[in-house]
Ligand binder design. Structure first.
Ligand code: ADP
Ligand code: MG
Length: 923
């Protein structure tokens, strides 16, 4: 085998498959894993733009990009030149400390985000060592054989080796949104344009229908997509919140600079020393500008996102975290999300008779009972007819391990396998005895699935399973007790009644039918499937009736039970308490949907609106009625999009789940598109904002809770920091205006701002979620983070802290030295800020109702900084650094009491607010 090197550009579409494989040093069975590793080293990762890792240097430099840092450095140099060595050293120490802390936090944040991004990165299925293996798309190398099916993203440029009913959407490359039929056997000339190379697939496109194998011809920048250097993903962007905060921060900077300049001028006119004034002004500017904010937001988002990942929700775009918290409506799938997705057939209906099915799970051992007893010979015969469709039109497999049976493939089909076995069929012997000739896979819009088999006598037979109502429309004959005969209206009514009865017991019902095909129909159907769309411009879409699924003979029904997930009911109740509407959207029968909805408490009366009713509704009518509809049944992906639009029209923030290929537009159209990690397709995953790795509805609700928690944390951190700054600014301004000496020295301001405020702020940003967060109404989307109540709280807090510090300052100044007065004001301010950090943890819950130990970091930080304050009394070096004088114990107690006042007042306000809001709720 020749060893392959690098991405060469060749006319892969012209060469025969054997030559392509030879040139790529590959085989139809794919590469060996070791070989693929070697090639990955040689060709590089399969990526369009080399993604930047976390660069330590870049991060470190970023810490010194802010203007404030440079102002401080200049201030330190000036102090040094003027011989104020302690000042110069103190300022520099604080600059370094601040940078180190910011660096550490942001490094951790970036690392965890990068890890998440890897987890959510696209996957590809390739043959390695002869087995289909899922690998990261970036690890695909030339020569790899891709295993492609509907819903997959094509990970690299590749030449088709084999294909069945295969088509791709190539809009990323050609702009054409219609699916293009592809065929491994198509011949292309050298000059055939890209869009017409039907024996090739290209990176960045997606598989719409069918299955195929293809050998990779080019990866990364060597692909067509790479060549036109069209990036699939846009670069990293700030979230709306970060943008808003940036704007808010700019306003603050200019406002404080204005105030500081004014104070400077005032001091100068009063005749203070310019250097003292300069240092004071710089320190005040540093104190008042919340330079820690961007870091706080980054850290809070990153921490929240990795906390969500641990709760099995992968966030793919950071802005989604903010939107999540304001979600007002969750539209969710039923099967596998609200329910366990573990199906067991409980009832069969064939030839006019109903049967019970016993047994648990997917184990094929169980019995089919007729009225409580064993079926007779004639009944066994008709059951076998039903079993042959259940087993013959099936792509799943049952696997046994230590006596436990599980489903491989679609759970619905696996349940049909188990039922078919119980009804007397042989699940394993089918493919050998009756080879497959053709298949039309299940599609949740069409709601039918067909396999055509060659019977032992040489004839062809189509076996069809699907939603009974859809199937019945295609049936003209029926298997009755006396044999096959034309279907009557009475038959249809009986079947519909049976279907409705099963569905009302929360059973998922499927119908089975078959058709003996003559070769003319079969070859016409095959020819239609295999040719390109260009030759059939008027051909109906794949969802329209086709040549095979018509004139069917109805065989029977099977009803399977899919229990609601145990945690789903509780999750629905949590949504209700949080003011979030839960809407079920399913392809299942309205009765089944309504029964499950009642069981989970989604809808009391259990009324479902069907896809047919939706079709009859105009968009305006839907927008009017949408708020009253809890359950949609028998819908297609297109209906999902209409439901989203209708809700959005009323200002709702809508989260929508999706799994199939057809769901991708709805998932994209929702405010929060949620893809299913297990059952979902790659296309839907890449269109989503968030991937739920366990497909569980409760996980969605957990994610909303996290979203709210993150927003909460950012808001309270912001308020805590800004209130602290306001307090310092007020104290300084008042003293300068009434002509007192400045109450705080530069080192005091820097210390408070970066240490006794900055450290608790980081702990607040990473606070555990408030347990009451899901008992509030959703935050309105238009409500900014800095609304009226936010600013009000900030000013009140600022006034309180400034007042107590001012009081201490005046007390000490009266008969004492200015040094003592400064120490007092400084100490009170530090104590007030530290104590207040406990209260800042919740905007509504008083301190004594929260667990102090739930944020150990905060406890530790407060203890340490308070310790430093006490230590500065005993350690001369620290005392000189912080410029504090000795404070006798009795005075210290007084200062501590003064420092506690803001916290006590604010908590009192909280309690009053609670009492009022409770009264308001009662009346
Ligand atoms: P949902 O996922 O919302 O439950 P689906 O689109 O999967 O809805 O299924 C809709 C209907 O299609 C089901 O009620 C069932 O009758 C039928 N159906 C589901 N899966 C299959 C399948 N694999 N083969 C044939 N019919 C199916
Ligand atoms: Mg489904």
């Amino acid at each position: 085998m020749t060893e392959f090197s690098g991405n060469e550009h060749r006319t892969w579409h012209v060469l025969p498959v054997s030559e392509v494989l030879a040139a790529l040093g590959s085989r139809a069975g794919g590469l060996a894993a070791a070989q693929a590793r070697h090639r990955l080293g040689a060709c590089g990762p399969n990526e369009i733009s080399a993604s930047e890792g976390v660069s330590l240097w870049r991060l470190l430099l970023a810490q010194f990009r802010s203007l404030i840092v440079w102002i401080l450095v200049v201030a330190a140099i000036v102090s040094g030149i003027l011989g104020e060595a302690v000042d110069a050293f103190a300022i520099l120490a604080i600059v370094v400390l601040n940078a180190a802390m910011g660096f550490y936090q942001e490094y951790n944040a970036e690392k965890s985000i990068a890890a998440l991004r890897r987890m959510a990165a696209p996957q590809a299925k390739v043959l390695r060592d002869g087995r289909v293996t899922a690998v990261a798309a970036s690890e695909v190398v030339p020569g790899d054989v891709l295993a492609l099916e509907a819903g997959d993203l094509v990970a690299a440029d590749a030449r088709l080796l084999a294909s069945t009913a295969f088509s791709c959407v190539e809009s990323a490359l050609t702009g054409e949104s219609e699916a293009v039929d592809k065929d491994a056997g198509a011949a292309c000339a050298c000059e055939t344009p890209l869009a017409d190379r039907l024996n090739m697939v290209f990176m960045g496109t997606s598989v719409a229908t069918g299955t195929a194998r293809a050998v990779v011809t080019a990866t990364g920048m060597g692909t067509e997509l790479g060549r036109i250097a069209q990036l699939i993903e846009t670069g990293e962007e700030d979230t709306p919140l970060q943008k808003k905060l940036d704007a808010f921060g700019r306003v603050l900077i200019w406002a404080t600079l204005g105030i500081v300049a004014l104070l400077f001028l005032l001091g100068y006119l009063r005749g203070s020393a310019p250097f003292e004034l300069f240092l004071g002004a710089v320190s005040l500017a540093v104190a008042a500008v919340p330079e820690g904010l961007p870091a706080v937001v980054t850290v809070a988002l990153a921490l929240g996102v990795s906390r969500m990942a641990r709760r099995r929700a992968l966030v793919r775009s950071p802005p989604a975290v903010e939107t999540l918290g304001s979600t007002t409506v969750i539209c969710t799938d039923k099967t596998g999300t609200l329910t366990a997705g573990e199906m067991t057939v409980r009832a069969l209906y064939v030839a006019g008779q109903a049967f019970e099915v016993t047994g648990e799970g997917y184990a094929p051992d169980g019995e089919v009972l007729a009225g409580g007893g064993a079926p007779d010979v004639r009944q066994r015969e008709v059951l076998l007819e039903l079993a042959s469709v259940l087993l013959g039109c099936n792509n799943a497999r049952l696997a046994e391990k230590d006596g436990m049976w599980s489903a491989v493939g679609d759970p619905t089909e696996a349940a049909m396998l188990a039922a078919g076995a119980k009804a007397g069929g042989d699940p394993d012997g089918f493919d050998a005895a009756m080879p497959r000739v053709h298949e039309i896979p299940f599609d949740s819009d069409r709601k039918l699935s067909t396999v055509v088999r060659r019977m032992p006598d040489g004839t062809a037979r189509a076996l069809v399973n699907g939603a009974p109502d859809v199937l019945l429309e295609r049936c003209t004959r029926i298997l009755a007790p006396e044999g096959v005969r034309p279907m009557t209206d009475g038959d249809r009514r009986n079947i519909a009644a049976q279907n409705a009865a099963m569905a009302s017991q929360a059973l998922r019902v499927l119908g089975s039918a078959r058709r003996d095909l003559d070769d003319a129909v079969l070859s016409a159907a095959l020819a239609r499937e295999c040719s390109g769309p260009a030759s059939h411009p008027s051909d109906p879409s794949p969802h329209a009736p086709n040549a095979i699924e018509q004139g069917l003979t109805f065989i029977g029904l099977c009803g399977m039970y899919d229990p609601p997930r145990p945690e789903a009911g509780e999750a629905v109740a949590r949504c209700r308490a949080a003011g979030i509407r839960v809407v079920m959207i399913t392809g299942d029968h309205p009765h089944t949907a309504a029964a499950i909805a009642r069981e989970l408490g989604i809808s009391a009366e259990g009324q479902a609106v069907s896809g047919a009713e939706l079709n009859a509704m105009s968009d305006e009518e839907l927008a009017r009625r949408v708020a009253g509809i809890d359950v949609y049944a028998r819908v297609t992906a297109e209906h999902k999009l209409r439901v989203i639009r209708a809700w959005k029209e009323g200002g709702a923030v809508v989260a929508m789940t999706g799994d199939g290929v057809n769901d991708a537009p709805a998932v994209k159209g929702a405010d929060i598109g949620i893809a299913m990690g297990r059952s979902g397709t790659e296309v839907t995953r890449q269109a989503s904002d968030m991937v739920i790795t366990d497909d569980n509805f409760a996980t969605i609700v957990d994610a909303v809770e996290e979203g709210r928690g993150i927003f909460d944390n950012i808001r309270k951190t912001l308020q805590y920091l800004l209130a602290g700054n306001t307090g310092e600014l007020l104290l300084m301004a008042v003293c300068v205006i009434i002509g007192l000496p400045v109450p705080l020295l530069p080192i005091h301001l820097l210390w408070i701002n970066l240490v006794t405020d900055g450290l608790p702020a980081l702990c607040l940003a990473t606070d555990p979620i408030d347990p009451e967060v899901m008992q509030r109404r959703p935050r309105s989307r238009t409500e900014g983070i800095t609304d009226g109540s936010f600013l009000g709280g900030m000013f009140l807090t600022g006034v309180l802290t400034a007042s107590v510090a001012f009081a201490a300052y005046l007390l000490a100044l009266d008969g004492g030295s200015v040094e003592t007065a400064r120490s007092w004001a400084f100490t009170v301010l530090v104590v007030a800020e530290l104590l207040r950090s406990f209260g800042a943890r919740s905007a509504t819950r008083p301190v004594w109702r929260a667990s102090v130990t739930s944020n150990m970091n905060l406890l530790l930080v407060v203890a340490l900084t308070l310790g430093a304050q006490v230590l500065s009394q005993h350690n001369e070096l620290l005392g000189r650094f912080l410029k504090t004088v000795h404070i006798p114990a009795a005075d210290a107690v007084l200062l501590f009491a003064l420092g506690a006042i803001p916290l006590l007042v604010l908590e009192g306000v909280k309690v009053m607010g609670r009492v009022f809001s409770e009264r308001g709720m009662k009346s």
